[in-house]
Ligand binder design. Structure first.
Ligand SMILES: [Zn+2]
Length: 368
């Protein structure tokens, strides 16, 4: 088996051979690992290939649970693998094992369905959102924002600002976003003005990094500090333009949680969610139904503690920045890499979460 390192890939080869793909997620210079994505070429052999994910217990906050990696065989559509089985070494180290069919020529294995910038090419055909270039990333890539319309100065239309991939490996956020955008297209009378930055950490998306707590700054811990992440500088300037062309109503930030967390849930970083944020989250609980995690609304204690430890300013998380700056409902939605409503999630399950969140957005913005 020949493992192919591409710009977007993320893996460490832990001794693969013709029968078994042995890989680990690559930290790419950051303190946390989780995202993996590996392409390979293979010769004819047994019908299946074994896959092993190594160093599992040092991925982000690992807890045992259901893991269903995804794979692509030759050029067929992506699929979920059967549940990966945990194998323990005698000393307690954890390896996850699963099998996939052997491709004729090449295959690809990843934590979850990959979603890079090229995936967005079809948005222009399937949605009515228009694209604008709003600035650049730290490494000079062009940051883009999509809008259902750009409004006009001092308009009173409710406004929604959405970001995804502040942590570049959190692909479920992109699939959920796709569902939101499609459900909000074409624009209907009474719809809010919606602006979307689909890839905040575009450098990380393009280079296959996971991006959580990445050095020198986790982008989603840098919103109130001057001189930290240039992506934040560009997004804050865009949010200012947005705020002058609508009546700011809602900020939504799309993420993915730990490796084995199922379903969908909200994390908030302030002491208490504000009443309008709570109102929006409860509307989502209604539209999401059985897709909700049993702890659907929870405080992100771990991340809050981390920010305090690093002596970051309150509001360094994007939702808190939007809440404090614009006095609006500002929420963070986490969607599982693995399963939703008791089933391994396919891409349509993610899009369906997005469609249901879109229904809650419409309701929330028309409820005043
Ligand atoms: Zn995240």
């Amino acid at each position: 088996m020949k493992l192919l390192a591409t710009q977007e890939s993320n893996f460490i080869d832990c001794g693969s051979d013709d029968q078994v793909l042995r890989i680990a997620a690559h930290p790419k210079g950051g303190p946390e690992r989780l995202w993996f994505d590996v392409s390979f070429e293979c010769d004819p052999g047994p019908q299946t290939i074994g896959c092993e994910l190594h160093y599992v217990d040092s991925t982000l906050d690992y807890v045992p649970g259901n893991v269903y990696p995804v794979f692509q065989i030759d050029d067929a559509p992506w699929q979920r693998a059967a549940r990966a089985v945990e194998r323990l070494h005698a000393d307690g180290r954890v390896v996850l094992h699963w099998e996939i069919p052997r491709p004729r020529h090449h295959g690809r294995v990843a934590l979850c369905f990959p979603y890079g910038e090229q995936m967005i090419a079809h948005w222009a055909e399937r949605t009515s959102f228009e694209v604008s270039q709003i600035g650049v990333t730290s490494l000079g890539r062009t940051l883009r924002r999509y809008a259902n319309y750009v409004g006009e100065i001092d308009a009173s239309t409710p406004g929604v600002y959405i970001t995804a991939r502040q942590h570049s490996g959190e692909v479920p956020g992109s699939w959920v976003l796709e569902g939101i955008i499609e459900a909000m297209s074409p624009r209907q009378p009474g719809d809010p003005m919606i602006w979307v930055v689909p890839f905040v950490d575009l450098d990380g998306v393009a280079t296959g990094r996971y991006g959580k707590a990445h050095w020198p700054f986790d982008i989603n811990r840098a919103w109130y500090r001057a001189g930290t992440s240039h992506e934040v500088v560009a997004c804050r300037a865009d949010a200012e333009r947005w705020s002058k062309r609508c009546r700011p109503r809602l900020y939504l930030d799309l993420h993915a949680p730990r490796l084995t967390d199922p379903d969908v849930f909200f994390l908030y970083s302030s002491e208490e969610p504000n009443p309008s944020a709570l109102q929006f989250m409860e509307l989502c609980r209604g539209t999401l139904g059985d897709r909700c995690h049993e702890r659907f609304i929870r405080r992100g204690n771990h991340y809050f503690a981390l920010a305090e430890e690093l002596q970051m300013h309150p509001g360094s998380v994007a939702d808190e920045y939007f809440e404090k700056t614009y006095g609006i409902a500002a929420v963070t939605l986490e969607t599982s890499y693995q399963e939703i409503a008791g089933k391994p999630a396919d891409v349509d399950a993610y899009r369906e979460v997005g469609r249901r969140v879109a229904a809650a957005i419409r309701h929330f913005c028309s409820a005043e």
